[in-house]
Ligand binder design. Structure first.
Ligand code: HEM
Length: 395
């Protein structure tokens, strides 16, 4: 089975779900011509592959090629990012971050997320405005900056650097995108490096302080790893959350759901509504893995070095796992979906992202009960990221 589908085709970018449905109905695994690799579309295949340790993110050593020199600053970070590593190094880096991401520290952010939500709403313009730039983007970026201990005034730079860097994972990547990503990586890393220096003598109760302690211990974290970890957390800590809030609010404000905005965002309902937002229209659609040995699964034999795409958003609409999966139904029973991945790289930030959504959306719905769409929302040409270019609303 072969799938021919350009990931930059405008109709697909706006609504990839009919293509996913056809692909999934044909076979759980198919060769996606445009990516030159197998792709998994069913809930079972995606979950199985994500959890199978014979597959991983890191390229097998014999296939690794030197990075082109114009991308050196980008890969100086990416090569040390836990998201691109497996085995002991991944475990060590992930363990250090998990130790800092205690449930106590995450829960303590609840009141701060609430206060920041109110503050952002207080500053809403009186005319039509973009909910992404006025709410969905500043909220998570300022919260992750606080968690790390980076000054919030840096938020505009963090957003700019992060947007330029994550474009490297998008299908529209070209030389201009690569040059911008390399520049952003160099600037971001210069900032983090010098900021860490100023913080060495100024310990606080934040993640950077904890990472500095691990680095100074000399065995647990190298300086390059610390920089890469900070940048990964700052980037991953908001990119997906921004677009989950955007995609979710676009759905909740669409007819006929808008009439029930208050009900779906009520404290008793918001956890289920959040899971349905993540299931129905997640912000990240595809992650890839390499096979590390010969493996036969779902009728296909992978050889070492073969890549496979895990289609998270396709898995989330599998009729074998959910009744009437194309329908957005916040009242459906909650069941694990693939929006945060699964297995060794399962999203570290899932509890924080959930807390942000379950705190911010009820405040938004309660403070702006008259909110309505001011223009039909459009998705950006950023596949595999699936997020809106803007969400024009009026309150
Ligand atoms: C709704 C928001 C979010 C979504 C949908 C999301 C989704 C994901 C997914 C699918 C992965 C796994 C990628 C793979 O398996 O290859 C992942 C990994 C990761 N996420 Fe998130 N994420 C979100 C928010 C966050 C936040 C708020 C943070 C930081 C605080 C974060 C930090 C990370 C990190 C560090 C990893 C790498 C984990 C590893 O490699 O072991 N994410 N995320």
């Amino acid at each position: 089975m072969t799938l021919n589908q350009s990931p930059t085709d405008p109709a697909f970018v706006q609504n990839p779900y009919p293509v996913y449905a056809r692909a999934r109905a044909a076979a759980p695994l198919q060769f996606w011509e445009d990516y030159g690799m197998m792709a998994a579309f069913s809930h079972e295949a995606v979950q199985t592959l994500l959890k199978d340790r014979r597959f991983g993110r890191e390229i097998p050593a014999e296939l690794a090629r030197p990075h082109p020199s114009h991308l050196a600053p980008f890969y100086a970070i990416d090569d040390h990012s836990m998201l691109e590593l497996d085995g002991d190094t991944h475990k060590r880096l992930r363990g250090l971050v998990l130790r800092a991401f205690t449930s106590r520290r995450i829960a303590a952010l609840g009141p701060e997320i609430a206060a920041l939500s109110h503050q952002l709403i207080d500053s809403f313009p009186s005319k039509d405005f973009d909910l992404l730039t006025h709410f969905a983007a500043p909220l998570p970026v300022r919260i992750i900056a606080r968690l790390l201990g980076v000054p919030e005034e840096m938020s505009p730079d963090l957003l700019r650097w992060s947007n330029a860097m994550v474009a490297m994972y998008q299908a529209r990547r070209d030389r201009a995108v690569e040059d911008a990503a390399a520049r952003a990586a160099a600037d971001f890393s210069d900032f983090i490096r010098s900021y860490i220096e100023t913080r060495r003598t100024d310990p606080r109760d934040d993640l950077i302080t904890q990472l500095i302690a691990a680095e100074e211990d000399g065995t647990r974290l190298s300086t390059d790893e610390m920089i890469a970890t900070c940048i990964l957390l700052l980037n991953a800590g908001h990119e997906a959350t921004v677009h989950t809030i955007g995609n979710g609010m676009a759905r909740l404000l669409s007819a006929p759901l808008r009439a029930r905005l208050a009900t779906h965002c009520a404290p008793a309902a918001i956890a289920a509504t959040t899971e349905e937002i993540l299931r129905h229209d997640p912000p990240l659609h595809m992650f890839t893995r390499y096979a590390y040995e010969e493996v036969t699964l779902f009728g296909h034999t992978f050889r070492r070095g073969d890549q496979v795409a895990l289609m998270l958003a396709a898995a989330n609409r599998d009729p074998a796992a959910w009744t009437d999966p194309e329908t957005f139904d916040p009242t459906r029973p909650v069941k694990t979906n693939s929006a945060f991945g699964a297995g060794a790289h399962f999203c570290i930030g899932a509890p924080l992202a959930r807390l942000e959504l379950t705190t911010a959306l009820p405040i938004l719905a309660a403070r702006c009960p008259q909110m309505q769409l001011a223009a039909p929302p459009e998705y950006g040409d950023t596949y595999h990221f699936h997020g809106l270019t803007a969400l024009r609303v009026r309150v």
